[in-house]
Design a protein. Sequence first.
Length: 272
Amino acid sequence: MAVPVALVAHDVAHRQVFRRRRASEMAGRIAGAGIGMGYGWWQDKHTRHHANPNNEELDPDLDPNLLVWTQDQDRAAKGLPRLIGRWQAFLFFPLLTLEGLNLHVASGKALTNPSLKHRILDGILLFAHSTVYMAVVFWFLSPGMAVAFLAVHQGLFGLYLGSLFAPNPKGMPILNRDDRPDFLRRQVLTSRNVKGGWFTDIALGGLNHQIEHHLFPNMPSPNLHKARALVRRHCEELGVDYLETGLITSYRQALISLHQAGAPLRHFRVDA
């Protein structure tokens, strides 16, 4: 249930559910707290991603804090990114099992930032989530089983959540600060749709229509497929590449891009 709640938090944050900001923020914070995510931190991060998708200097999703996304980032890579970057394509899916933990840690760490809006409220909600979650698990399970459940639950949550977002921008063109495409090209050229029918729509929560989502972030996810034909035709008329692939192909393209990004690190010692 954690991933569907995360998708609800995502859609609510984009104001796809409520017209008024106050209702959206309230529902988003409740949904975010349901999975142990700080709503204020995530909304700020995700808003900056939408404004500058796949921009290695402005998109927070391309921060080289664990993986390197371009060969230019290899030069400054230190610590884990330098070590992992060599074979990051092979380690990508195993590392996704830690994404749930990373979400919790990053949310907690953001509470120390004085500029974060409503951080006290977010802190209270995160504390309440952790208390209730841990209390329920350890109440019904023995300590050993509880720890095992936590590991499996959080691992599968991270794997599924990461797999939802990986097919869309990963492996697409990466921009830098000097690139200044217009809004249409900035959103379309850095996104990839995943085709597959109604099952894919459900499994990926509508985010398989990533191009339409980036062009119309306030459009409810169930309606994105209705805009697909219009957007695709408009892109064809303008000569703008509109990429749509199957799910497996999208993962393959993302992994190839990661492997190519880590190529320089494979040509010299990690401790050099």
